[in-house]
Write a protein that binds this ligand. Structure first.
Ligand SMILES: [Zn+2]
Length: 310
């Protein structure tokens, strides 16, 4: 077999084992155990954000994942987003003395859905929301694009954003009842200055999903599924050394959609600077989105290589 094919083929086999079999689950369980030993208090110390009537608590789990607990402070109803380590999420539920009403799952990968079963066992009335295209454990309420989920005063809109997986969804919490900006729980679609890998889709699919995120209000707060901020910003900085927003952002968190559009190369495929950095030019009458998908593919590829060389 030619070497050029062996690498991707091995990767596909490994990916399918992880995403679709019990071996993947066992691997995930080992990762949880290792992370609990290595980071007994979590991999980072994120600050909760509190608006009048709602509290958003990032919970650092595994080695770089975030689960979130979103609390309606009026009724003490809580929603968990991507609960990967059930113990970590449960201890925050107990500390906050809230009732877990729902789990919103962005996609099937274990590091986003691995806690569903254990939390459902403890909280039997808790619903599990997500796309039926992904094999999400314990799914009770399959969602379609733009469907709304209401828990107490919390209103989430589910947006179908495939590319990382076939059924990836993101959730937008309406800020209006709390006089706050909206919040995007972006799973593995969008990270601070980065995006998820395109495991089950084409660059065109991923581009359309990223455009969905970019179309949200500029002040929308970004709550990503992973803490890759430093690595992603360093990579973005390699492409655009002079970008002043990048230099500024290296110094503080969290971020908004408006900010991401200023420096996240995956949301900047329309920018000449990023196209030039990739050495790509639009062919005569090439469709604009097809061209942007080519740019996205190249940025994604370089990011993968960048990570591999770290
Ligand atoms: Zn994933």
């Amino acid at each position: 077999m030619p070497m050029a094919l062996a690498g991707p083929l091995l990767f596909r086999i490994g990916y399918n084992l992880y995403a679709h079999t019990r071996l993947g689950y066992l691997f995930y369980k080992r990762q949880v155990k290792k992370a609990r030993e290595r980071y007994p208090h979590g991999h980072s110390l994120p600050q909760p954000v509190v608006f009048s009537g709602v509290k958003i608590l990032p919970i650092p789990v595994l080695s770089n994942n975030y689960s979130y607990l979103v609390i309606d402070t009026g009724s003490n109803c809580a929603v968990a987003v991507d609960p990967s380590d059930p113990l970590a999420v449960q201890s925050v539920i107990e500390e906050e003395k809230v009732t877990l009403e729902a789990i919103l799952c962005t996609h099937k990968h274990w590091d986003h859905s691995g806690g569903n079963a254990a939390l459902r066992r403890r909280h039997s009335s808790c619903r599990v929301y997500g796309s039926s295209y992904d094999d999400i454990p314990e799914l009770t309420d399959p969602l379609s694009d733009k469907e709304t989920i209401t828990i107490g005063r919390l209103n989430f809109k589910a947006l179908f954003t495939p590319g990382h997986t076939v059924g990836h969804m993101v959730y937008v919490l309406d800020g209006k009842p709390f006089e706050s900006p909206a919040s995007l729980f972006s799973g593995d679609l969008l990270f601070l200055s980065g995006c998820g890998r395109i495991f089950e889709g084409t660059p065109e699919t991923m581009l359309a999903s990223l455009d969905t995120a970019a179309d949200l209000a500029e002040d929308t707060l970004l709550w990503p599924g992973h803490e890759y901020a430093l690595e992603c910003l360093m990579f973005a900085n390699l492409l655009e050394l002079e970008n002043p927003f990048l230099v500024q952002k290296l110094q503080w968190c969290p971020s908004t959609i408006g900010e991401e559009k200023q420096y996240n190369p995956f949301l900047r495929t329309h920018c000449q600077a990023v196209q030039d950095a990739m050495g790509l030019q639009r062919q005569g009458d090439e469709d604009w989105d097809i061209f942007r998908a080519r740019v996205l593919k190249e940025v994604r590829l370089r990011k993968d290589v960048y990570k591999a060389n770290q």
